[in-house]
Ligand binder design. Structure first.
Ligand SMILES: [Zn+2]
Ligand SMILES: [Zn+2]
Length: 242
């Protein structure tokens, strides 16, 4: 009955709250969706960090974090900046129980994979795991939903049982880079070592903030013998200085 009511009543965009007859992507109106822009400019070759014009690299396009060797993954790219409307859309996806946004957001990931990762390949797609308590609270793991669609469209197998999060961590928001790293350390475990040994892993999540969570996942996968770990996220926080 509830679904019938929602079909008959005018739809409201979860981003701009405008009432529209047809929504471009599930619960987001077309104009809002079309305002999503690609993360452009000069990117770090390795981690995809977007350089501001004032700190352009002199020669090799590697950011300070990559030059320091901070990251255990080999390559990372994000579709757009974590700013509105993408930020609001992801927020609604994760916290507003709008799991239907997984498909259109995964389309962005797929476009990113096709357009910006032509020379990459992967043996498997691994979603960043959510601790079961948090999954229960949210009802789903957003990374898993995105990874499932991406796996279907790329034909790269989804391996959602090789990496588990066995420790819930404090919320990362508001923590510094160093605090995030310490907070997340030891939170993940590879439970199927044979599956990742000598394999190339494509790690998928919704947002790249400081990269601490993705980095810790990559560290564990590499430690258990993965040849290479690449990272794909829908959005990236670009304000972090490296
Ligand atoms: Zn809208
Ligand atoms: Zn970098």
């Amino acid at each position: 009955m509830e679904s019938l009511v929602s079909v008959l009543s005018p739809a409201t965009c979860v981003v701009c709250q405008s009432s529209v007859e047809t929504l471009g992507c599930g619960v987001v109106c077309r104009p809002c969706w079309q305002r999503i822009t690609r993360l452009d400019g000069i990117l770090c070759d390795r981690c995809g960090y977007s350089f501001a014009s004032r700190n352009l690299p002199a020669e090799k396009a590697l950011c300070a974090a990559c030059r320091r060797g901070d990251f255990h993954f080999d390559f990372a790219r994000s579709y757009g900046r974590l700013e509105d409307p993408l930020q609001a859309i992801i927020h609604q996806f994760k916290y507003g129980s709008h799991a239907s946004l997984a498909r259109p957001l995964a389309r962005l990931l797929h476009a990113l994979w096709v357009q910006s990762c032509q020379d990459r390949d992967a043996d498997m797609i691994v979603p960043v795991p959510l601790h079961k308590a948090r999954r229960k609270e949210r009802g789903f793991n957003q990374a898993w939903l995105l990874a499932r669609h991406l796996s279907r469209w790329t034909q790269i197998p989804l391996k959602d049982k090789v990496l588990v999060r066995y420790r819930a961590t404090a919320v990362q928001a508001g923590l510094s880079r160093g605090q995030r790293r310490r907070n997340i350390q030891g939170a993940f475990r590879v439970v199927d070592r044979a599956a990742v040994r000598k394999r190339t892993v494509l790690l998928v999540d919704d947002v790249f903030t400081t990269g601490a969570t993705l980095n810790e996942c990559a560290r564990m996968l590499r430690k258990q013998g993965a040849n290479r770990v690449d990272v794909l996220t829908v959005a990236r926080v670009v304000a972090w200085s490296v």
